[in-house]
Design a protein around this ligand. Sequence first.
Ligand code: CS2
Ligand code: MG
Length: 408
Amino acid sequence: MNITAAEVIVTSPDRNFVTLKLTTDDGLVGWGDGTLNGRELSVASYLTDHVVPLLLGRDAHRIEDTWQFLYRSAYWRRGPVTMAAIAAVDVALWDLKAKAAGMPLYQLLGGASRNGLMAYGHASGRDEAELFDSIRRHLDQGFRSIRVQTSVPGIDAVYGVRAPAGEEPEHHYEPALRAAQPMEEDWDTRAYLRHIPRVFEAVRSEFGPELPLLHDVHHRLTPIQAARLGKDLEPYDLFWMEDCTPAENQDALRLVRQHTTTPLAIGEVFNTVWDYQTLIKDQLIDYVRSAVTHTGGITAMRKLLDYAAQYQIKSGIHGPTDISPVGMAAALHLDLAIHNFGIQEYMQHGDATNEVFRQTFSFENGYLHPGHQPGLGVELDEDAAAKFPYRPAYLPYNRLKDGTVHDW
Ligand code: CS2
Ligand code: MG
């Protein structure tokens, strides 16, 4: 099964996606996701200019060897662009191998370890009423676990808080602004730390003790501030507190850990197992948040999650809309096969994205399943993709009241 063609497709149905298409001499086609939100074209170039020429003529069955070849031969290891490009190749090769075997990919990873994958959805609101409505809408859609983000009095624009249904179609909420410049938001840590525990107190008293609740801090706190928030949230029994400090300093989590029993999740901006070395070995976290798409694909994620399993640390694979349905399907197959599955993020894609990426995964009663088609179960419709050309888009960023750029 030799690779005869490799092509990079950039399309922007609801947002930008970078997809690798591999074709073999058996006539099979495999798909891989290399989308890096706000920096998409760098991965497209890395693939087209530097990886595609190396793939032609290679045996598509040699997944591990291809991974090691791309990782080690480049000399320049790690980094989001490199690892997203390697992920695109790796996932496309797994798609091909599973199609050649005539099996859904999870079968090649050891078979199903469970019947379905508990997913969490994103509820948010500018005030309590909007937030409660959003939580109810998610419960009606079947979600059994909910991430809670709200506006904060004293802060004008908080990332992750969408306009209510009616003002903005829920499925079309996209955090990256399609514009030539990133949008500026503001930030006030003391206002945030005062407000968030009150929000969770209100949500618990309205929705009861059972509902798993999650919260994303988006890397905005110092270790001692994160420790305080974790402590203040303990009465509300969170499923996790995500990305509480900037991700570069693994030791920051040690201080947080010493002060709170609120479970910790981190890693959506990580690229390799090395970013987790201390966090996992010293048991400073509870959930691994990496995306298959940003961490070198299934080959690398499997090893990372097996390492985490030795320390009772579970998966919480990143699944925002900037992961394409191809990257999402890769996550679902891996989730189904591993023993230490924790939860899967599921932020539904818009209609245009679903038109470009034909999918077989299902969401029923709060549980995702990758489906039973051979391979990943996602096929890109190239005619549909061609209708949506690339448009520059940037994530917002934030500044303190005095104008200082603050941590994401
Ligand atoms: C978020 C993401 O899903 C999450 O947990 O942190 O929305 C994240 O901001 C984006 O994926 C960035 O591209
Ligand atoms: Mg996050």
